[in-house]
Design a protein around this ligand. Sequence first.
Ligand SMILES: NC(=O)c1ccc[n+]([C@@H]2O[C@H](COP(=O)([O-])OP(=O)(O)OC[C@H]3O[C@@H](n4cnc5c(N)ncnc54)[C@H](OP(=O)(O)O)[C@@H]3O)[C@@H](O)[C@H]2O)c1
Length: 335
Amino acid sequence: MRAVVQDSYGSPDDLRVQQIDRPAVGDDEVLVRVRAASVHPDVWHVVTGRPNLLRLMGSGVRRPKFRVPGTDLAGVVEATGKDATRFRPDDEVFGETLRGNSWRNGGAYAEYASVPEDVLAGKPAHVTFEQAATVPTAGYIALLNIPADRLKPGRRVLVNGAAGGVGSVTIQLAKANGAHVTAVDHTKKLDLLRVLGADDVIDYTTDDFTKDSRRYDLIVDIPGNHSFADCRRVLTPDGLYVLIGHDRFGRDGHRWLGSVPRFAKLAVQSLFVDHLRTITSAGLSKKDAMVTLAKHLEAGELTPVIDRAYPLEEAAAALHHLMDGEALGRVVLTT
Ligand SMILES: NC(=O)c1ccc[n+]([C@@H]2O[C@H](COP(=O)([O-])OP(=O)(O)OC[C@H]3O[C@@H](n4cnc5c(N)ncnc54)[C@H](OP(=O)(O)O)[C@@H]3O)[C@@H](O)[C@H]2O)c1
């Protein structure tokens, strides 16, 4: 099969397409004929090997232990392992390829991938493979971090970095639950934010939401470009601040530890400060998350907007497009 392969950590430009063997199918796995795979920041982390911490988290110390990048896919079931009972050949599915953390290569950038069946869900028929492929990692991060009790009618939610993968899922889940959403991102992405359902938009290049008079019950902060102290000023008395964290493709994160020191500091502060609750749904399984996300897709409450699809051979260009911040919607590879 054709697959993107990565033999060392470094530039996306080192990625290339090779013919390799189809992956073996484990007993509880499903072989998926991949139709689309998502290009998102965690893929960049593993391709570059940054922060270095990820190399100790199962990705491979000197070089990637698993050669084929990509963690999110949508496709068609080709075959099933002997203990896999949830899907049959020809079922259309989407999901993550990894049970654990997404800081390692998951094999999605290939014509075929073997995936544990419990991290897949059925793809709703009206949703395209490209759309479905963009949802798993971003959707899981959103569900894991965002307290459901804050996404209620009358609640005011601010999403900072709202046009990206996690932000666009967050806007739509908040709107589906009746919350009022203020979305912050770059000038060129404001129309996209309105399409996604934002009630108000703020251009971060000209306005600073932390200096505004508006108050929020929940701030979901993806880039983390303001301090918690600044964000706290615009929270309601029982408002909550949730940091998702983004290394801005190496520009902001610590070379060895990425955003981990900042999360550690917030975790300690959360013992004393009511406005902080770090991981809110730590027990959420990927299986439950994918089922929940499939329901939102089915109901039309979650509609991913695709900016551009690239062939496998242009994986490097697709990653550069993501890193440039030019994408107006999600970026995918198609096989
Ligand atoms: N917390 C967790 O549980 C967890 C778990 C796994 C992964 N993560 C991390 O979560 C992140 C997910 O990000 P994503 O997929 O949403 O990223 P993304 O698609 O790259 O989106 C980030 C958005 O933030 C915008 N942005 C950049 N600087 C900004 C600023 N100063 N103010 C407002 N918006 C700004 C970007 O726009 P421009 O670039 O055009 O400015 C972009 O639209 C990744 O970094 C991933 O590593 C978190």
